[in-house]
Design a protein. Structure first.
Length: 347
């Protein structure tokens, strides 16, 4: 979709790249330094943009996102007209050209059934993950930058029943789904136009009054962690979010720190107790040696022992194959109630 002048060298480049498959990132460092990421590899393009066009493009993006781009507002974190996420930081902070980073989502990935082998999962493990969704387990998707957390969350959202009321909260609109009874909330950064813009935590508190079946947060990165755990513990089963972390254990530590940053004077053991009862499963995403995005681990929070949260790995990626580790989930009886075979892990 063209929003600005189609003859603008930046818009023209993006339009051309949109016709090519497999591109997940477009990085414009300067007029003659442009990279794309494709299948995990960064590739320098032989292009030369017009510097003035970069400035015009930035203004176009600011206008599209209903914000401003000037010395008082030197960062844009928003979307392109096609839904891709874009971040721009002013040349005041780069000493050359505005730095532009565009995160594109693979539109060919729509749902598990139409994407065999997605994230390295066999049909057996896709069945397991679908059952987690049907049984309304609280799931956290953990992963590093660019490992596909949003893509995977979008896949999970396709498995939500249309009879459920879903409310999503994001700071930049990235989730893609079509559910009849849903509300999409986006935190407002203000951009100098709103005296007290609402943050994700403010929206989450209000969401609890909106009769949600599931609450979905695009990414938890602040004090909203406290309120999300409260929601998960008070009947909003099937809630989900993403967290930036490299292992399930690190994921729990990060949530713990975010919880404490909320400023509540709560004993550490009580914080961990909240986490152990709120979160059911952590799905860890990573990249393999070829750069392919994969599910590297599926872990279940099983209990508390003293002040320690017990995690058990149900499966992990070994030599390109996701394999069962031999531990049957503690929540297996509930999963059986939702259609999982009694002998699922033995077959």
């Amino acid at each position: 979709m063209i929003y600005g002048d189609p003859n603008n060298s930046v818009w023209k480049l993006i339009t051309e790249l949109n016709k090519k498959s497999g591109i997940t990132e477009i990085i414009i460092n300067s007029a003659d330094n442009v990279f794309i990421e494709r299948e995990g590899e960064l590739i320098l393009l032989n292009v030369k943009l017009i510097p003035e066009d970069i400035i015009i493009f930035c203004r176009d993006i600011a206008k599209f996102n209903k914000t401003t781009f000037n010395p008082n507002n030197p960062i844009i974190d928003g979307n392109l007209p096609d839904g891709s996420r874009i971040n721009i930081i002013s040349s005041l902070y780069t000493q050359s050209s505005p730095a532009i980073t565009i995160r594109k989502y693979l539109k060919t990935i729509k749902e598990f059934d139409s994407s065999p082998g997605i994230f390295g999962l066999s049909p057996k493990w896709i069945t397991f993950i679908k059952t987690l969704m049907e049984a309304k387990m609280n799931i956290i998707i953990s992963g590093g930058t660019g490992n596909g957390k949003t893509t995977f969350l979008n896949l999970l959202l396709q498995e939500v029943s249309p009879i459920e009321r879903v409310i999503t909260i994001e700071d930049t609109k990235e989730l893609s789904f079509n559910l009849p009874n849903s509300v999409r909330l986006v935190a407002n950064k203000g951009n100098g136009k709103i005296e007290t813009p609402l943050k994700i935590r403010d929206l989450l508190k209000n969401t609890l009054r909106m009769r949600p079946d599931r609450i979905i947060i695009g990414e938890v990165r602040g004090e909203e962690a406290f309120d999300l755990l409260q929601a998960m513990n008070t009947g909003h089963d099937g809630s989900m979010c993403t967290i930036h972390s490299n292992t399930p254990g690190e994921c729990l530590s990060r949530i713990e720190n975010l919880f404490l940053f909320a400023g509540y004077d709560v004993p550490l053991k009580a914080v961990r107790q909240q986490m152990s009862t709120a979160i059911d499963f952590i799905i860890q995403l990573d990249r393999d040696r070829t750069g392919r995005r994969i599910v590297s681990r599926v872990a279940e929070i099983s209990n508390m022992e003293g002040e320690t949260i017990l995690l058990q790995d149900l499966g992990n990626m070994v030599d390109g194959e996701f394999v069962f580790n031999g531990l049957v989930p503690k929540r297996m009886p509930k999963l059986i109630d939702y259609g999982l075979s009694n002998n699922f892990f033995l077959e």
